[in-house]
Design a protein around this ligand. Structure first.
Ligand SMILES: [Zn+2]
Length: 309
């Protein structure tokens, strides 16, 4: 997110006392030196290290979090608490607790491994809607992780205006990883015929011959999906769009008539779009696919405004 990057530069600037412009110049120089092999965020991290900006013991906002950060401190509100799970993996067993932590800039999944921390939740000392202070936390796979060296405690602060929507990050397809909620600018390079199926109106699961496994005979709803491939120059990914979003791509008539679909498909191939969604594993094939939740035509004015901003 552009805003993240901006806040990060401001953070570096405040910490080391150099101006935002000076830091931006250094980041651009670093990127140029590395022939663009490093992202702006990555270059900012290198510059921060070079300037001696240490994230240790710093209180940061969620939007300032960068991959690989360690020993960070933050305060947030638990907006979604998940049940404690038990795990047994590679001969090690234990409990794991997790929740979504939010502040006024963003939100992030937080995972707890320490038995004493987990007891705070089991005993009800910390729970849904608690404001908590985390210290010595680290970032792994885009999540906050608390080990036994970390601390979590109730905060007496209150947080207003927490961000509850899942943050969407701008990424290139090459950098997509599983479960990412991401947005990219890409071309539609391949498109397959729509597929139709029926679902149960109660549980939204697939039905065969108007019979749901749970609800028996039902008046099923007709649904559709379209698979297509997008490519942004770094890589390509198979994408899928379902009924609720398909009107962003084509009309109902174009969806249902093979002749009209063929014409529309010609129009869509090679089209550049801003597309967002979630990266998921296709259970059948084991590869990653992109579940599309939004698709926007490239709007030049918007893009120019963004580049200028
Ligand atoms: Zn059902």
């Amino acid at each position: 997110m552009e805003g993240n990057y901006q806040r990060l530069i401001e953070f570096i600037s405040e910490t080391c006392g150099e101006s935002v412009e000076e830091i931006e110049r250094k980041i651009e120089a670093k990127q140029a030196k590395l022939s663009g092999l490093i992202s702006k965020e990555g270059a900012a991290q290198v510059i921060a290290a070079e300037l001696g900006v240490d994230f240790d013991k710093q209180v940061i906002k969620i939007s300032q979090i960068l991959p690989g950060m360690r020993k960070i401190n933050l305060t947030g509100k638990i907006i979604n608490l998940f049940p404690v799970r038990e795990y047994n993996k590679n001969g090690r067993s234990g409990r794991i607790a997790s929740f979504i932590l939010a502040d006024d800039t963003s939100n992030i999944r937080t995972v707890l491994w320490d038995e004493n921390h987990i007891d705070l939740f089991v005993n009800g000392k910390i729970g849904q809607d608690s404001v908590v202070e985390l210290s010595n936390a680290s970032i792994r796979n885009g999540e906050i992780h608390l080990s036994s060296f970390s601390e979590i405690k109730l905060s007496d602060k209150s947080i207003e205006g927490v961000i509850v929507d899942r943050p969407v990050f701008k990424k290139t397809i090459l950098d997509f990883s599983l479960n990412d909620n991401v947005s990219t600018r890409a071309f539609i390079v391949q498109m397959f015929e729509p597929r139709f199926f029926e679902i149960c109106p109660e549980c939204r699961k697939k039905v065969v011959d108007a019979e749901c496994q749970t609800h028996g005979k039902v008046v099923s709803e007709k649904r559709a999906l379209i698979n297509f491939v997008i490519d942004d120059g770094t890589d390509s990914i198979r994408s899928v769009m379902f009924s609720d979003q398909l009107d962003l791509l084509l009309s109902k008539e174009e969806l249902e008539s093979p002749e009209l679909f063929a014409i529309k498909k010609k129009d869509l191939l090679g089209k550049e779009v801003i597309i967002s969604g979630q990266v998921r594993k296709n259970k059948l094939y084991g590869n990653n696919e992109f579940i599309v939740s939004n698709l926007d035509d490239i709007n030049l004015n918007k893009l120019i405004a963004e580049l200028e901003g």
